[in-house]
Write a new protein. Structure first.
Length: 180
């Protein structure tokens, strides 16, 4: 366990954790995102990104780390980072891609995200990265406000081309923050 604070800990995810990961994501993802999928069906997302095969591939990627987030000993989220992953608009700068950060509804609004981002920034700097970047749905205003409050700036727009995704939810904002 990695201790972030008295109440927040991280535990590395392994392939043995697949069912636990899938069960957690099926609890925390739909409240925030199911409305984006046709028929409110998140099945495509779960199958594409949380299959055992996908987990094996993600765990095999060099310079990436994948964690369970515990808040007061309760499993409340996931965090995945990929170090030395350049941002398209700044290819000359060593960067860390914050690939996933999901928290349960119960864990939101308690300062957990801010503490995790601070830890991710320090971890990225320790790996030699000068920039932290992420992608957020352009319709998720609460998330975008949070990231901008943490010092992130918009880099560019991206587009998701998943057939079951409703058209108005395909836009992504790619945000970055220079690490000092």
């Amino acid at each position: 366990m990695i201790v972030i604070s008295d109440a927040i800990q991280l535990k590395l995810i392994s392939v043995r954790d697949h069912s636990k990961l899938l069960e957690l994501v099926k609890q925390i993802y739909p409240p925030a995102y199911k409305h984006m999928w046709k028929n409110d069906d998140c099945g495509f997302y779960f199958e594409k990104f949380y299959s055992l095969d996908s987990l094996n591939k993600e765990l095999a990627e060099a310079e990436s780390e994948y964690y369970f987030i515990y808040y007061k000993t309760h499993l409340d989220g996931i965090l995945r980072m990929h170090f030395n992953k350049a941002l398209k608009t700044k290819p000359e700068t060593s960067a860390c891609y914050l690939h996933r950060i999901y928290l349960s509804e119960d864990a939101q609004g308690k300062g957990i995200g801010q503490k995790l981002l601070s830890w991710v920034e320090q971890r990225a700097k320790s790996k030699g990265d000068e920039l932290l970047w992420l992608e957020a749905m352009d319709t998720q205003q609460q998330a975008l406000r949070f990231y901008k409050k943490q010092g992130f700036t918009e880099s560019h727009k991206a587009y998701l081309d998943f057939e079951p995704l409703r058209d108005r939810f395909r836009g992504m904002d790619v945000l970055f923050k220079v690490l000092n």
